[in-house]
Design a protein around this ligand. Structure first.
Ligand code: NDP
Length: 237
């Protein structure tokens, strides 16, 4: 593998940190992107970048810098995401837009900036972190579900565009995973969610990381445009 730079967004914590650790184990050189980095950054990163994924100019500059200084980007994992929950009939449009900007525009910015190089080199991997709630909807998350469902449609389109150019694009759709995002939920809501998981427990960030690592590997070279559910047995289409 020559293009062994992997960009992971939202890499400072949660699922993104687990993905970074797992890809590093598999031999990728990791460029982590986040808005804020802790003082004790894990030594696995080749580079840590403070970039907001909603800022297209910053993303474009970052990719140019990485490709000039470190080498070609082989893999992008669009993991950064936010929630701004509320029922649709009361939701502030600014909260709808904020979620679209981070969870859908952010991944587009990274795809837009890296795909030309991938097409030129005839190799690339895109893995986008969607959600179970994109596949089934979720009360209180019209904004989040719409952004994550849009991400699935964008991924399939990019998969078609890249198929003859050695590029695969896939989504991972996590179920209910223990991170700061789910720790922030009301305890009774969290327990209600867990009660609906056939395996009776939340997933771990590593459960998602291993699926990303598989999709990034040569073992998955004939898989593209797919949504890989990692959700403890919820939603069996
Ligand atoms: P966390 O909130 O724990 O971590 C998300 C990371 O993304 C944070 O470090 C956050 O930084 C960063 N981030 C947010 N906005 C931006 C931005 N504009 N630019 C750069 N970085 C940003 O989330 P999880 O680890 O739980 O989730 C990771 C992904 O998995 C998300 O896309 C989420 O939607 C998805 N997912 C999670 C599920 C779960 O159960 N946890 C279920 C299904 C999907 P900051 O500290 O600045 O906010």
């Amino acid at each position: 593998m020559t293009a062994n730079i992997a960009i992971v967004t939202g890499a400072a914590r949660g699922i993104g940190a687990a993905i970074s650790t797992t890809l590093h184990r598999d031999g990728w050189r990791i460029v982590g992107v986040d808005r804020v980095w802790p003082a004790d950054i894990a030594p696995l990163f080749t580079s840590t970048e403070t970039v907001d994924v909603t800022d297209f100019a910053a993303v474009t500059n970052l990719i140019a810098k990485i490709e000039a200084e470190l080498g070609p980007v082989g893999l992008v994992v669009n993991n950064a995401g936010i929630t701004r929950d509320g029922v649709a009939h009361k939701m502030d449009p600014a909260d709808f837009r904020a979620v679209i900007d981070v969870n859908l525009m952010g991944p587009f910015h990274f795809c837009r900036a890296t795909l030309p190089g991938m097409r030129q080199r005839g190799y690339g991997r895109i893995v986008n972190i969607s959600s179970l709630n994109a596949q089934r909807g979720q009360a209180g998350q019209a904004n989040y579900a719409a952004a994550k469902a849009g991400l699935i449609a964008m991924t399939k389109s990019i998969a078609l565009e890249g198929a003859a150019k050695g590029i695969t694009a896939n989504c991972v759709a996590p179920g209910f995973i223990k991170t700061d995002m789910t720790d922030a939920m009301r305890a009774d809501m969290r327990e209600m969610e867990i009660a609906h998981i056939p395996m009776g427990r939340m997933g771990a960030p590593n459960d998602i990381a291993e699926m990303v690592a598989f999709l990034a590997s040569d073992k998955a070279s004939y898989i593209s445009g797919q949504v890989m559910a990692v959700n403890g047995g919820q939603l069996m289409p």
